[in-house]
Design a protein around this ligand. Sequence first.
Ligand SMILES: [Zn+2]
Ligand SMILES: [Zn+2]
Length: 280
Amino acid sequence: MTRALTHYTGRNITFATMHGKEQLARGAFRRILGATVAAPPGLDTDQFGTLAGDIPRILTPRDAAHAKARLGMQIARSPYGLASEGSFSGSSGPLVEQREILLFIDDDLGLELIEGTLTTSPLPGGCTITTPVRAREFARALGFPSQGVVLHSAQDGHMIAHKDFTQLDELQATAEALLASGSAVIVQPDYRAHRAPSRADIIRTLCNQMAKRLATECPNCHAPGFGRVDVEHGLPCSDCGAATQVIAADLHGCCECSHRTRIPRTHLRAEPAWCDYCNP
Ligand SMILES: [Zn+2]
Ligand SMILES: [Zn+2]
């Protein structure tokens, strides 16, 4: 089988990650684009904030992904950069909303593309524990050690995250020591991609989407990266025909020229439940 030549065939793309996310992009980027993906050496992405919350994140997810990708490109001296950024909301309740974005930069062409997703995480939020055995039970229920667990201790308003446990005994002993010292202790899933297989799957899917997008040329100017740039709301109500807020079509566009195409969604009518007239 001969591989179609794309704009990125033979190029090396830098994924700004310190925990092996480049492995989640490699397969799709090689298969779809003929490109290689590598992580820059000695990169510290924790400076942009951590998912465990011990280093607060000040930037928006997009700005953080942008800053990480730029730093990776600078270290690797590459014009092509990738970075991903996840955020988890409501991490104290049972339902955790997970947003994930993957950003790609091409300095040669001046492209900056985003693929993103919003899902309900299969991982629960954190919970306060009062006995060390609870940390063990929490970890076992999540599928530890392939799914990691983080302990947070708080004392005098100062929070410390304890990570990278590989043994249940070690986790329980740390919880025991923290509780004995009088700290409040919270146990929480480790959301980092190399310790959260469900998150790694989402990033792998986004990498696949991004590779496909980079293989898609603009029908007008042939620049790579043609794909969804916006959505059009206003799907008509099935009862009265008024425009609703439901998405009617995806708008695909080019980063280099002004070419746009409109791709209608499969539903032609919206449920009256979404209509401001039928269901105000
Ligand atoms: Zn209506
Ligand atoms: Zn174009």
